[in-house]
Design a protein around this ligand. Structure first.
Ligand code: Q46
Ligand code: ZN
Ligand code: ZN
Length: 306
């Protein structure tokens, strides 16, 4: 297989795009594509201050790398969840993020949940009525609150996350199987702030396959944590990813078509907009962030319960 641009030996063959590229041309193709998507979906401009949520995994570190290469002002945000899993998952992931930032002289903000709020995510979870379940619901609530808070306090214009096409297609698959129209309505590469206290969220990698991001990180020499969070094991999204991979291997491009046609259907107004939102949100009595709850937001109730 030869590179389509220079005819040298290809480093990657992307059947879904009918495109093979060598290392050099792949490493310039990915940022150029990312820039095309950033512009097409009006994610942000060079004047905007971007906060990138980083986990130490390949996607978020590749995203940060690409944004810096494209000349954007992007700082990193690492949230220390205090997840051990028997091999120090959180400590390890912090180490990869810190090394990435230090080597490139980038600004990284670290919020350690246990240091700031007195309990780690598994500890906060153990004190809830469903404390024996996985901590993912508590983790999600906490991450959303903290990402928004840091972005607002630091005057960032936009929060960028490293979700790739496989992540997005798997979530879409689950939302569609269960016909969760409220979730479908709020799924997309750009989530506008529904309230002045919320920051815009964007997913610049949403059109890249997971495999393309792994290849980018590898060829670019980005060191990242290979281990997944121990609580991700057995998650439904992993099962959905496997099913989508089977479909993809028979018909390359299936995931991309599934997701892009969903976005088109949304644009055509297939999903009705609910009447609620903006006006009904109030400031949390504790942290001041917008919430639909009557007094305190879900995160403050979690933290104050302990
Ligand atoms: S939610 Fe659950 Fe993830 Fe949090 S506890 Fe781990 S698997 S990190 S995206
Ligand atoms: Zn080439
Ligand atoms: Zn709050």
């Amino acid at each position: 297989m030869k590179c389509k641009t220079c005819g040298e030996k290809a480093a990657i063959n992307m059947r879904q795009h009918k495109l093979a590229l060598c290392k050099e041309h792949y490493l310039s193709w990915i940022p150029a594509q990312a820039q095309r998507f950033i512009a097409k979906y009006k994610m942000f401009s060079p004047e905007d201050k971007i906060l990138v949520a980083i986990s130490g995994g390949k996607d978020s570190l590749a995203l940060w790398d690409i944004l810096i290469k494209l000349g954007y002002q992007a700082d990193g945000l690492y949230i220390g969840l205090g997840i051990d899993g028997g091999f120090g998952y959180s400590d390890k992931s912090l180490h990869f993020c810190q090394r990435f930032a230090d080597r490139r002289g980038l600004k990284m903000i670290v919020v350690d949940v246990a240091e700031t709020y007195g309990s780690s995510i598994p500890e906060l979870n153990s004190k809830t009525p469903r404390g024996k379940d996985k901590p993912c619901a508590v983790c999600g609530t906490s991450k959303r609150n903290l990402m928004n808070r840091v972005a607002r306090e630091g005057n960032y214009d936009v929060l960028a996350t490293g979700h790739n096409l496989d992540d997005e297609a798997a979530v879409l698959f689950g939302n569609t199987l269960n016909w969760l129209d409220n979730y479908l309505l709020r799924q997309g590469p750009v989530l506008e702030a529904e309230h002045s206290g919320l920051v815009r969220k964007v997913k610049p990698l949403f059109r890249f396959y997971e495999r393309e991001m792994a290849a980018y990180a590898l060829l670019k020499g980005i060191d990242y944590i290979y281990d997944e969070c121990p609580h991700s094991e057995g998650a439904k999204t992993i099962y959905y990813k496997e099913i989508l991979n089977q479909l993809e291997s028979n018909r390359p491009g299936t995931k991309l078509i599934f997701y892009l046609n969903f976005l088109k259907a949304k644009e055509r107004g297939v999903f009705a907009e609910p009447e609620i939102r903006k006006e009904e949100m109030k400031a949390c009595e504790s942290c001041g962030q917008p919430t639909m709850a009557p007094h305190k937001c879900a995160f403050c109730r979690l933290v104050e319960n302990t």
